[in-house]
Design a protein around this ligand. Structure first.
Ligand code: PMP
Length: 427
């Protein structure tokens, strides 16, 4: 019998490039037909054949309190009844800005936007506007959305000026971005010694989640902090993924390092489009309407989205929320690791807060180059065995996974059992 997923995918490919509205959804690297999701609740979602999966994508991070949490749904319904969008300020935006600055104390002010891409792009423009410098430093394997000057990979040659990773990005833009190696403090020092007085901003995922899960070393982030201070560059932590995911105050609270700018998204919208960037008032005053750095948005601070975000932010502040989430995520990573060991499959796993990484390699990778050595074919086979068993992992060997507060003991145990059987098929 033909699956409704196959039928929808066939139709989707006629009306939408690749059949999807964001590339990784297309199963290009793992092969097969993407599942078309019809509904979700708690730790589960259901596909177009009404087949249930334990979900470890969680909308790529936002669904931290579980899907369709009754309190979030209620807040959204009530907000929707009061009107969908006004294009004029609301009390909800004030409350949300106050709450974000209270929970992430390195920010004195925030501006709300609608996507992580927009937030990172705006933060870079602000950093350039404030410093009067053009050069940006990013790190190989970190993703900051698809703004032109961030779609850049390391170039060849000494200067490590970037090359575009996408057609349509002018080389002239890429020239202003340098791409260095993640977790290489020495290379960063050498680079600052050479060009430090031209650097507007260093942007980093302090716990990287876009080359699988790869936490920064404390020394790497501290070196970055010290160099930015010394050379007058702004340090931007992109916490779109790690914010309210690895800890209540984000990765910056785990490491005890305060960036100059913070970029947020995902969890702060609770599944609707809210993202934000923030900094000191002295930096933020350079933004329009006060200052000369332009930035705007028709749906920025949308009242329905803010209602979902604020309710989610309230729920994650329940006592013990992150302790329980972290423990549950760590238990799952350890359980999957044990299952691999029993089966004799070279594999390891790691987690930070509610994020995890599964690596088809004997040791936990410490940098991008080590990450790229993971056995992709083994991951793909494991991914499909898990999918067949009703466990939906990110469809790529190089993405992190996300656990929600609704993934209880029974759900985690079912996942570990499925992994044990999946590894057995890989032997
Ligand atoms: N920064 C990071 C660290 C991200 O993980 C993402 C999205 N995965 C973005 C920025 C871009 O966010 P969005 O997809 O909402 O534009």
């Amino acid at each position: 019998m033909t699956s409704n997923n196959d039928i929808l995918f066939e139709r989707a490919q006629r009306s939408t490039p690749g059949g999807v509205n964001s590339p990784v959804r297309a199963f290009r690297s793992v092969g097969g037909t993407p599942r078309f999701i019809s509904r979700a609740a708690g730790p589960y979602f259901w596909d177009a054949d009404d087949r249930r999966y334990i979900d470890y994508i969680g909308s790529w991070g936002p669904a931290i309190v579980g899907h369709a949490h009754p309190a979030v749904v209620k807040a959204v319904q009530e907000a929707a009844e009061r009107g969908l969008s006004f294009g004029a300020p609301t009390e909800g935006e004030v409350l949300m800005a106050e709450e974000l600055c209270r929970l992430v104390p390195s920010m004195e002010q925030v501006r709300l936007v609608s996507s992580g891409t927009e937030a990172a792009m705006s933060a870079l423009r602000l950093a350039r506007g404030v410093t009067g410098r053009d050069l940006v430093i990013k790190f190989e394997g970190c993703y900051h959305g698809h703004a032109d000057s961030l779609l850049v990979k390391a170039g060849s040659g000494m200067l490590t000026f970037g090359n575009p990773t996408s057609a349509g990005v002018p080389e002239d833009f890429a020239r202003h971005t340098m791409v260095l190696d993640y977790n290489d403090a020495q290379q960063l020092e050498e680079t600052f010694a050479r060009v430090g007085d031209r650097v507007a901003c260093v942007i980093v995922e302090p716990v990287a989640g876009n080359m699988n899960l790869l936490p920064a070393t404390p020394e790497f982030l501290q070196t970055m902090r010290d160099l930015c201070t010394k050379y007058g560059a702004l340090l931007a932590f992109d916490e779109v993924m790690s914010g309210f995911r690895v800890a209540l105050g984000g990765a910056q609270s785990l490491y005890g390092i305060a960036p100059d700018m913070t970029v947020l998204g995902k969890v702060i919208g609770g599944g609707l489009p809210v993202a934000a960037f923030g900094a000191s008032a002295a930096v933020m005053k350079h933004l329009a309407p006060l200052g000369g750095v332009y930035q705007a948005g028709t749906l920025s601070g949308n009242p329905v989205a803010v209602a979902a975000g604020m309710t989610t932010l309230k729920l994650v502040q329940a006592p013990g929320f992150y302790e329980a989430l972290s423990a549950q995520t760590a238990r799952m990573a350890a359980g999957i690791g044990d299952a691999a060991r029993e089966a004799g499959v070279p594999f390891c796993a790691n987690s930070v807060g509610g994020m995890f990484g599964l690596y088809f390699t004997a040791d936990v990778p410490r940098n991008y180059a080590e990450m790229m050595k993971c056995d992709k074919a083994a991951f793909n086979a494991f991914f499909h065995a898990m999918l067949d068993a009703g466990v939906y992992l990110a469809p790529s060997a190089f993405e992190a996974g996300f656990v929600s507060a609704q993934h209880d003991d029974a759900v985690i145990d079912a996942t570990i059992d499925a992994a044990r059987q999946a590894f057995a098929t890989l032997r």
